[in-house]
Ligand binder design. Structure first.
Ligand SMILES: NC(=O)c1ccc[n+]([C@@H]2O[C@H](COP(=O)([O-])OP(=O)(O)OC[C@H]3O[C@@H](n4cnc5c(N)ncnc54)[C@H](O)[C@@H]3O)[C@@H](O)[C@H]2O)c1
Length: 318
């Protein structure tokens, strides 16, 4: 990253955004964090995520919607933008809620790109998603595979990824996109699987599992995702999009056993039919991110889950 002075993080109070903020501050950077604290989950949780950052004199928090904010002013003088803001979640993206996905994922990204396009000194890192691949017939999922999202959420993430590419090709905006594969660890969103599993184990509550447990996911620990973002920020090569994953691919059944081991308590399971929009498997091809960014995930699932459980206990979440 250059010496223009500051970095901007959108979605700065969220799970991944706040983790990027903390690492930037630890490295002595000035940071502007933008987040409208949407009610997709408890905004109080998001305030907790940035509580430590707010004690730093180098962190400015702007509670605003990207679609309405004066973005040109907010990004003025920055060298990097980590664009993490989005309405996340696959299952909630059907029906009436879709307009929120359009607003937060597409309109917000378009507004940001309009502000960035006049300043070639900025590197934009866009948080894309493995959900853009959908139910592909061939694993691993490769950056060159034809994307076929399987949920409305995935459609908006792919559209925004392509919008960033358009501004890259037409206006010379310097940008990279990272397709995250299921991120977990401290601050994980409360609607995500491991968060739900750990909460159920700690509370001794019955857990509903959608599908028969044979589906697989490629899980990536939060610190590895932050590292991938930093590497993408420093990248100046020709590739645009990278899979950020390859940490640990396991079946849901095995993931549940690992949660029981990490918590030290058994889970009571109730199996239900698979949920619409959920894909059977994800697995990242990692050759591109390894060769271009020198990135390899370092934290395995057992160690990462232990860190997430420790966070639950520290925050007294159950
Ligand atoms: N967590 C994962 O496993 C995962 C996987 C693939 C992709 N992603 C992507 O990574 C990014 C971060 O995900 P997360 O898990 O940290 O989610 P999160 O919900 O914890 O964080 C997103 C933040 O963006 C904010 N936001 C949403 N719309 C906004 C707007 N219009 N203006 C300002 N702020 C807004 C929200 O308030 C929230 O705090 C998202 O773009 C998501 O699509 C996450």
């Amino acid at each position: 990253m250059g010496d223009r002075g500051k970095a901007v993080v959108t979605g700065a109070a969220g799970f991944i955004g706040s983790s990027i903020v903390d690492r930037l501050l630890a490295e002595g950077r000035d940071v502007v964090g933008i987040d409208s604290l949407t009610d997709y989950y408890d905004p109080g949780r998001k305030r907790r995520n940035i509580a430590a950052a707010l004690t730093s004199g180098r962190f400015t928090f702007v509670e605003e919607d990207l679609v309405k904010a004066d973005l040109s002013r907010l990004i003025d003088g920055c060298d990097t933008i980590f664009h993490q803001a989005a309405q996340a979640g696959v299952r909630a993206s059907w029906g009436d809620e879709f307009s929120i996905y359009l607003h937060c994922n597409l309109d917000a990204t378009q507004r940001l790109l309009e502000a960035v396009k006049v300043d070639q000194g900025i590197k934009l890192v866009y948080a894309s998603s493995s959900s853009i691949y959908g139910a592909v017939s061939e694993l691993p999922m490769r950056e060159t595979s034809l994307p076929r999202p399987f949920s409305p959420y995935g459609v908006t993430k792919l559209a925004a990824e392509q919008l960033v590419d358009l501004y890259r090709l037409n206006y010379g905006v310097r940008a990279s996109a990272l397709r995250y594969f299921t991120v977990y660890g401290p601050r994980q969103r409360p609607d995500m699987a491991f968060n739900i599993f750990i909460r159920a184990a700690l509370a001794g509550e019955k857990l509903t599992i959608y599908g028969d447990g044979s589906q697989t996911r490629d899980f990536t620990f939060i610190e590895d995702i932050v590292e991938a973002n930093f590497r993408a920020a420093a990248y100046d090569g020709d590739e645009y999009v990278f899979n950020a994953g390859g940490g640990s691919r396991v079946t849901l059944k095995r993931a549940l056993e690992l949660v029981e081991e990490a918590v030290g308590l058994p889970l009571e399971l109730d199996y239900q039919p698979a949920s619409r929009g959920d894909v059977p498997d994800t697995l990242a091809a990692t050759d591109r991110i390894e060769s271009e960014l020198g990135f390899k995930p370092e934290i395995g699932l057992a160690a990462g889950l232990a860190r997430e459980v420790a966070w639950f206990r520290e925050e007294e979440l159950v």
